[in-house]
Design a protein around this ligand. Sequence first.
Ligand code: NAP
Length: 247
Amino acid sequence: MKLQNKVALVTGGSRGIGAAISKALALEGAKVVFTYHSNPDSAQKVLDEIRINGGEGRIFQADASSFTDAQKTVDFVLSEFNALHILVNNAGITRDSLILRMSEEDWDEVINTNLKSVFNYSKAAIKPMINQREGKIINISSVVGIIGNAGQANYVAAKAGVIGLTKTLAREFASRNINVNAIAPGYIETDMTAKLTDTQKQAILNLIPLKRIGKPEEIAKAVVFLASDDANYITGQVLCVDGGMVM
Ligand code: NAP
């Protein structure tokens, strides 16, 4: 197992990509704390699955857009497991519309949940990582943060911001043995993409050279790699896991 004796924190682990990441990290031996926002039942199911497979985990309710909640989450991780080696900033939402129709609330909610959350959790997690002299931070961005997308100005701005923040944190903390990387998923089958119309789905599929939708587990595998010692010489990078959409 690649992550034996490591402690991991995943934001938004109750569903979709975050649930797959939490389960994959636990299967590799990490003790995993994951947060949820509004779905305690889904979170409990993910935790049950981790435990059935012999893993160790905890769940914690927190709003990723709140710095106070982020600090409380990190304090909880440290009180439960006395360390924090891996942080995965995954929590995210969409509130799509063309910018002329986009409300200020929708802009703020997406920026706070998808971008400010990465600031919140990274700031709270970096102190224990510095004390331990090691850490891995993996931020879930999106291919649209690289290429843009009509109808998602708030989401794209947040995901592009996550890439800039990733590179800056990588530079600020490389000397502390903390690696910071981003993953840019393409089109992955989760509740988030279930909202798309068939026409929208077909239009996206036409852009994917591998001609299929990705699975949450395929993002989780990339997270496990970046969280492991196999990736010790990689920092400040954006890994697209997207069937070749962006190249
Ligand atoms: P999802 O199925 O909608 O799941 C979102 C997760 O985020 C849930 O666990 C949810 O918790 C949590 N969450 C939402 N708001 C939160 C908040 N304020 N505080 C804490 N947790 C919160 O989404 P997904 O498709 O798995 O997406 C996961 C990440 O991948 C997101 O950052 C997304 O932008 C990114 N991504 C997804 C795709 C894709 O095609 N699916 C592509 C590129 C990037 P509750 O269930 O408790 O509400």
